[in-house]
Design a protein around this ligand. Structure first.
Ligand SMILES: [Cu+2]
Length: 156
């Protein structure tokens, strides 16, 4: 029990600091939280990471790239409806995050696409994603595997 107290205190101080921050990675420049990765569909060598980012500073920052220990290639993607068809495109110039903006990467929208998977992706396991921001620099966060059935469809 006692070993959890430090964690609880840590989380509580986060909550006291800002109500929406759970499982947050602290950084001077950027808050990254709630990271998870969708269990790949059978026979598909790709999946996606989702997380939330909050820019607490008064200058815009840019998510330039992401790397993980889950796959050979990670790309920042955006999904949107074009003529009633869901289209996915790579954000080649990164993802801009305005001052105090809270950005959710979630199924059906922004995501970090993984290609060339290198792990077994057992549900509940936790891996690491490292985000590189133009100003805030590198921030590593945990991403936990969730079952594909729990997540919304992600067509390629
Ligand atoms: Cu994608």
């Amino acid at each position: 029990m006692y070993r959890y107290l430090g964690l609880v205190c840590f989380l509580w101080s986060c909550l006291a600091f800002a109500g929406h921050h759970e499982n947050m990675e602290h950084s001077d420049g950027m808050h990254v939280m709630n990271g998870w990765v969708k269990e790949p569909l059978p026979g598909v060598d790709a999946t996606a990471v989702y997380l939330s980012i909050h820019n607490p500073r008064n200058e815009t920052d840019l998510l330039l790239s992401v790397s993980t220990d889950l796959a050979q290639i990670s790309e920042i993607h955006e999904m949107s409806m074009v003529d009633n068809v869901m289209k996915m495109r790579r954000l080649d110039s990164g993802l801009s995050i305005a001052p105090d903006q809270f950005v959710r990467l979630e199924p059906g929208g922004l995501h970090i696409m993984l290609f060339g998977l290198t792990k077994s992706f057992k549900v509940g396991e936790t891996y690491t994603a490292t985000l590189v921001f133009e100003r805030a620099g590198k921030i590593s966060v945990p991403v936990t595997v969730r079952a594909a059935a729990e997540a919304a469809h992600h067509h390629h």
